[in-house]
Design a protein around this ligand. Structure first.
Ligand code: COA
Length: 259
């Protein structure tokens, strides 16, 4: 499959979706989002791929948000469309495989929203994050008002959104928006290290842990706890749980099959 707006590469069970529009700071136009969706569909079927990493081409930007040249043409009908950026990020958040945002530079607007839809965010110390949409007299409309508030709390989210404040990676770590910030030349290795830890786990447990956290935090505690209980019931009956527990007792590395 050939792409024009993104690059899709795979290495050691890790797929990389790299937004490839460095001249416009990896701004996200419709074509880029369409290609992202195609890549995700392909990767969902690929059993060799255990996790997906999103990043941006070059050393300046992860993604500088929606492509403003296309925004000028948008109408209310576009915002209401079931296939917009908000939908793409919903697909990413509920994606079966774990996702990591490798934030190599600016993650602004839709770029920050993309990162927030991923399970884990790791940033270069040069990264800058924010939701400056109000400068254009629009709001973060691809999950930003909801995910930022859930990640950093309502107070910090309102400060960032209403003022358009751009924060650096260190501050993003402090507020829980980013898991870790490392020197730019250590970013790729850090992402590989985190991914390797996830990939060493039973895939079924990874899938159900992700589902329990994402869905459980969007419902009341009792329902969330039931979701957790039912997920655990599935895992208690799985071959991988038998393998994982046996391997621990036999002091060897587990060989998980995802069953
Ligand atoms: N949409 C379309 N084009 C964009 C863009 C976006 N979101 N972000 C950057 N670009 C383009 C610029 O128009 C410029 O194009 P040009 O070379 O034809 O003039 C090019 O990318 C480089 O941008 P520039 O502003 O010169 O780079 P910079 O390194 O000085 O600043 C940013 C980088 C990301 C801070 C700045 O470009 C910016 O603020 N972008 C908009 C961010 C935003 O508001 N996002 C939310 C959109 S809803």
């Amino acid at each position: 499959m050939t792409f024009q707006q993104i690059e899709l590469t795979t290495e050691n069970q890790l797929a990389y979706i790299t937004i490839n529009r460095p001249d416009v700071r990896n701004a996200l136009n419709k074509e880029t989002l369409d290609e992202m969706m195609q890549a995700l569909e392909t990767l969902a079927e690929d059993e060799e791929v255990g996790a997906v990493v999103f990043t941006g081409k070059g050393d300046k930007s992860f993604a500088a948000g929606a492509d403003i040249s296309q925004l000028t043409e948008k109408t209310a009908a576009d915002a209401l469309s079931a296939k917009g950026m908000q939908h793409v990020y919903d697909v990413i958040e509920s994606y079966e495989k774990p996702t990591i945002a490798m934030i190599n530079g600016y993650a602004l607007g839709g770029g920050c929203e993309l990162a927030m839809a991923c399970d884990i965010r790791v940033a270069s110390t040069k990264a800058k994050l924010g939701l400056p949409e109000l400068n254009l007299s629009i709001i973060p409309g691809a999950g930003g008002t909801q995910r930022l508030a859930r990640l950093v709390g309502k107070g910090k989210a309102l400060e960032m959104i209403l003022t358009g404040k751009i924060i650096d990676a260190q501050e993003a770590v402090q507020f829980g928006l980013v898991a870790e910030a490392v020197e730019p030349d250590e970013l790729a290795a850090k992402v590989e290290e985190i991914a390797a830890k996830i990939l060493a786990k039973g895939p079924l447990a990874v899938k159900l842990a992700k589902l329990s956290v994402h869905m459980g935090t969007e419902t009341d505690m009792k329902t969330g706890l039931m979701l957790e209980k039912l997920s655990q019931a599935i895992l208690f009956n799985s071959d991988d749980k038998n393998e994982g527990t046996r391997a621990f007792l036999e002091k060897r590395k587990a060989d998980f099959q995802g069953k």
